[in-house]
Design a binder for this molecule. Sequence first.
Ligand code: ATP
Length: 190
Amino acid sequence: MKIGLFGGSFDPVHLGHLLVAQAAVEELGLDKLFFIPAAQSPFKPDSKPAPAFERLRLLRLALAGKTNCEIDAQEIQRGGISYTVDTLRDYARKFPGANFFWLIGTDHVAKLNEWREPDELAKLAEFVVIPRPGEAPSDFPAPFRGRALRGFPLAVSSLVIRARLKAGLPIEPLVPSVVAEAIRNNRLYL
Ligand code: ATP
């Protein structure tokens, strides 16, 4: 059993995330991919993401009908700062014998040793990146196992989406129409 795990703020979810997910499912041959929105990223201590229920709502809309993708709200339910090692331990308990692939952005690769309990993390999962356009995949530091996928590189981030909303610019098709509509209806990121 091959399980992909995609952690992040998803503030909001966008086409870059969806393309990363599709490439991971296809290129790794995943049985299932879990989107795991963080309550609070340890690397963004000063950022105040949109409320968890709003980020979850947008994820549900973006993933409707994608049968190989699921949303796991465990980090939100735990609350506080979200540490990947806690989440991976939970998966190792729930799916004994499975192979886990944790998806990250290339900017995280060089700093993996700063994550909590790096030795344990390296044992629990292989790390996977899909470089954005112009990003060179860097080597994974010991003791981590990792690989880069080809994917469908797209230079979009949640930061770009939030900035476009503040500037009154359109965000479609960088996010699915249903997500754009929910963002507008709920007056998020203004
Ligand atoms: P922000 O702009 O707010 O920092 P983000 O778009 O990077 O957010 P996250 O929710 O933090 O979004 O993303 C989760 C993970 O997905 C991160 O590891 C991030 O690097 C990766 N990611 C996001 N967008 C892309 C993309 N277009 N291509 C490849 N990886 C991406």
